[in-house]
Design a binder for this molecule. Structure first.
Ligand SMILES: C[S@@+](CC[C@H](N)C(=O)[O-])C[C@H]1O[C@@H](n2cnc3c(N)ncnc32)[C@H](O)[C@@H]1O
Length: 189
């Protein structure tokens, strides 16, 4: 279960995001964060699956990073968090450190396209980057047998190419949950 301080940090980041949205800041200045309901769900899923090798693509300032780092602490596993934008990741590192979760996270600063080929097999993967990259990055991940992949923004954006892609996996299972901005949850065969 997420701790009080972890939840408080997620709420702080989410409140700032809502304020930035209402101030109509330019898109590049705004933090795009995961809905806290979705963060709760990915935390519970990763813990329930006892996931050891956890990966997120697009950590940003870190709502999902808190959720998955806390899950990694509960399972004795580790989160690998990839983010291309240095100031966003610096903020996330600070938050994770202040929550005492640094031992459970390996931060990678850079393009996921460069980082993914070097990673070991993953048992829980969270995809939350540019929408046109979902299929490409999904195909670059090495999955452990029975791995679970969650992708955000399924109902807020047109990600029909991604949904069709994951639903075409022979022997896999995939469904959309109407939580937050819509989550596609896929079990790899
Ligand atoms: C929607 S935000 C992620 C929100 C985050 N998961 C959270 O819970 O707060 C998307 C992030 O993906 C990052 N990103 C986009 N393309 C990327 C790439 N090729 N490699 C790594 N990160 C990328 C962006 O810089 C941005 O911070």
């Amino acid at each position: 279960v997420l701790s009080k301080t972890e939840r408080a940090s997620m709420t702080r980041l989410w409140t700032r995001k809502l304020e930035q949205d209402s101030d109509r800041l330019p898109r590049t200045a705004r933090h795009r964060n995961l809905h806290p309901d979705s963060a709760e769900l990915i935390h519970a899923l990763a813990v329930g699956l006892h996931a050891q090798a956890i990966l997120e693509i697009g950590g940003s300032s870190g709502i999902s990073t808190i959720a998955l780092a806390s899950a990694a602490r509960a399972t004795g596993g580790r989160l690998t968090s990839i983010e291309i934008e240095p100031t966003r990741q610096a903020e996330s590192r600070e938050t994770i450190s202040s929550l005492g979760l640094s031992d459970h996270v390996r931060f990678i600063l850079g393009d996921a396209a460069d980082a993914l080929p070097g990673l070991d097999a993953m048992s829980f993967v969270f995809i939350d980057c540019e929408k046109e990259d979902y299929v490409r990055f999904f195909d670059m991940v090495t999955f452990a047998p029975g791995a679970v992949v969650v992708a955000d923004n399924i109902l807020s954006h047109d990600l029909s190419d991604y949904v069709a892609h994951v639903r075409s996996l022979v022997g896999g299972e995939s469904l959309t949950l109407p939580v937050g901005k819509g989550l596609e949850i896929t079990r790899i065969p």
